[in-house]
Structure formats: C-alpha cells, structure tokens
Design a protein around this ligand. Sequence first.
Ligand SMILES: C[S@@+](CC[C@H](N)C(=O)[O-])C[C@H]1O[C@@H](n2cnc3c(N)ncnc32)[C@H](O)[C@@H]1O
Length: 485
Amino acid sequence: MSSVAHFPDSSSFQQQSDDFVAWLEANPGVRINPKIRLADLRASGAGRGVLARANIEEGEELFSIPRSLILAVQNSDLKSLLPQDVESLGPWLSLILVMLYEYLKGANSKWAPYLQILPASFDTLMFWSPSELHELQASAIVDKIGKQGADQSILESIAPIVRKNPSFFPPIDGLASYEGDAGASSLLKLAHKMGSLIMAYAFDIEKSEDDEEEAEDADESYLTDDEEEQLSKGMVPLADLLNADADRNNARLYQEEGSLIMKSLKPIYESEEIFNDYGEIPRADLLRRYGYVTDNYAPFDVIEISLGDICQAAGLSNCDVESQPRLQFLEEHDVLDDGYVIPRPLNDASLEDILPAELVILLTTLCQTPEGFEQRRSRNKPPKPSMDEDQPALLYKALQTKLAQYATSLSHDVQLLAGLPPPQSPVFLEGSNRRQKMALQVRIGEKEIIQAVMAMLNPSGTTGSLKRIANGDSYDTRDPKARRL
Ligand SMILES: C[S@@+](CC[C@H](N)C(=O)[O-])C[C@H]1O[C@@H](n2cnc3c(N)ncnc32)[C@H](O)[C@@H]1O
C-alpha cells in the first residue's frame, strides 16, 4: 500500500497532483477525459488513484498519452550523451540508468512534475528488514526477492557508467562521488528506488510501427523467439497512477501507433475508482512487486513446495541429482524442478486440477519400487502422472514438513489477524505494523492452501495409510531450503 509516509513531501501532495495534471495537459497530444480525476487515496493506504467524476460508458477513452511523453530510453537525451548503447543494458537496467539521469536532473528534467509525484519509499519486499521478512515465515517468496543479484547487476553495469559521467549523474547525500563504500551504497539506494518504481509502475512498451521499421533497417538479421524479452519498459504518466484490485479491473491501456490510450472496459459509475489489471497474482508476489495486499487477491494465492521437502518426505538423504538416480532420470527427461507451485483449490477443484504434472511424476517416480523404477529406466520413459497409490501419502508428508516450517499455526495467525484493524477501518496501520499485517495475510493464505490440500489427500483425516512412506520419518527441519544442485 502506498501510505502517507511514502510520498516525499506529503504537505504539498495536492499541489503536486495539480502541477502534474497541469503539466500533462500542457503537453501536445495529451487528452484527458473530464469525467476522471486524480484523487488522494492516502486515507485508505492507496496513495494516488484515479476516480470517475461522472458516469463513464464502456469503451470510453479515459485519457491518451503520446508515446513521446513516456519516460523511456528512447525519449531521454541520455542515449545521445553517452558513447555506449544504453539499450544494450536490457530493459530493466537501461531504464534504471535513464531514470537516475532524469531524477538527478531535478527541475531540469522534462519529466520533473511527474517524477515529483512518484513515491520515495516502498513496502515492496526488497525494502523489508530481516525481522520483517521473518514474519513471512516459510513462504517461498522470501527466496525470490533477488536483492543480492540486483545489487550485483547495478554495481557491475550501472555504477561504471555513473562514475565515469559525474556531470550527468551528480552525487547526492553530500558525497564527492559514487566511488568507495559510501558512494556505492548511495548509488545502490537510488538505483533500487528506480528499480522498484519500474517494478510497480512501468509498462512493457510495444514498439510503434515506425520504431519497428527503424530496427529492421538497422539490423535485418535481428530475430527473436522471445518477444517479451525484447520489449522495452517505460513509465507512462497517469496510466501508472491507476491502482489495481484483482477482479475490480475496469480499464485497460491500449498501445496504439502514436499514443497509449486508456479505455474503460465496462460502465464506471460516478465516484468509483478506475482500476488497472496487475494480473492474477498471489498475495506473496503482490507484496514482492507492489508492496500491498488486498483480500481480493486471496483466490490467486499459491504455495510452493520445494524438491528438498519432497525428497525429505520420501526418506532420501539429499536431493542432489548426481547422487539420486531417480532425480537424475527425471532431470534427463527435463521434468525435474526445484520447486512445485500448488494453487488454492477453488470451486470443487480436484487434485488433478491443482497438482502440476511434473510434481505428480516426481511423486510417482519416488514411490516406485526399485524394480519398477529400473523397468522405467530401461524403457527410458518417465512414468505417467498418477495419484493412485502411495503418492498422496508422500505428498501429504511433504506438506506436513512444509507446514512445520511456519513458526505459528493457522489458527494462531487467524486470531492475530482478527485483533488487527480491518481493511476499511479508520485506524490505518503504518510502517512495520502494516508490513507485519501483510505478512500475516500472506502466511495465512499459504497455510490455508496447505491444509486444504492435505484434507484433499487424506479426506478422512486419518494418518493410518500414510505410514507407508515410513523411511522418511527422520526428516530434519533444520534444512528446509535444500536446493537441487
Ligand atoms: C502503478 S502504482 C499506482 C499509483 C499509486 N497508488 C501512487 O500513488 O503512485 C502501483 C502502486 O500503487 C499502490 N496500489 C495499487 N493498487 C492498490 C490497492 N488496491 N490498494 C492499495 N495500494 C495500491 C501500491 O503501492 C503499488 O505499488
């Protein structure tokens, strides 16, 4: 959630919104439907958002932003100031570099009134302290934050350019340069701020036909089978001020030749909020990427069970492919993963609906008798996924292992949550308290899924038949994060 504390100068919040809208409207090619307005939603923890002033019809244009106004590598003069090809840094790092440049230009940046309204601090997981992250307990999201990797990329690819060009990247925080530990730490802080803005605000920008022709002329042999990888990122003023709340989505951004146009997807009534779509993301991922959660995303929650947990439950001493022939066999057939994602079972979903085929193949392979496995191996074919025999017991045991890694029980967490202010309450949680609450919501969702899947695997609630996978009893929960090499 964007809280009061996230905006640099909260006292001039409204003035900054007004300046931003005035700046937008002064730019040729910008159209803003008078039926919408930029609103202050800080009281509900949502920062700025866009509301309807009047009833809006389905398919109505809400606003149009010319491509030239997108804060993107192509539109910043940085690319002509540096000798190197900025775009070759890739979509993320190139935009981080350009945003650093524009941000450090201050009032001289073409995007100054826009940069001014963007938050200066975030609740995304990248910024959580170790003790705040601890509140997420055994959630697999903790291993997906990627701070170390991001630090390394910034130091390797961005720092040398920034350090070599102090006139384009003037040091801040009273530093003489971005050299040394203090310089590196100041640069990392700034670059993470830009990276986090990109993560929560930027759009993947499809090329306009003109750009595509230019790219073809420049390099006719250019080919890619992963178009998404090639899409550049851009910050689209106003379009990125729409919040999102799962299925409350009522608007979409259409990328047209010269401009990007936001249109309503359904009738929107006066005073209603206009919501974009951030996708069907689990709350853990919403927290990682956007730094907020709402209960409307709960249906998209998932759990991830690691290969290590499953191997442990099966009684294997480790999950090294080299020393475990069954894992090696699956690896050779490209059906072995480090972790398996199980979605929340909704609407009478069956095990077949929710369990990924690779997981069931792994369970089946681990449950085979030595003779059965040898036969499979000699036929050089992984088994067909099936949950007919010992597989449910093995998965049940692995889920028990997973559940035991969370420090508190589901019922304890539900009680804790009940003691906190509800979403619509006037008491608004700030800082670490809000983070704690969001972590609680995430881990409750994950524990609910684990328990629901366990109930599906063992509907009678007995553990009699589960004893068949007996040699896994010695599992050691001190090594929950065992990873395949
Ligand atoms: C694309 S921006 C939307 C504009 C943002 N509210 C602002 O004031 O700058 C995405 C950020 O808005 C906030 N946000 C989006 N949807 C939200 C919601 N339904 N509730 C609370 N915060 C939300 C989150 O902080 C998220 O990282």
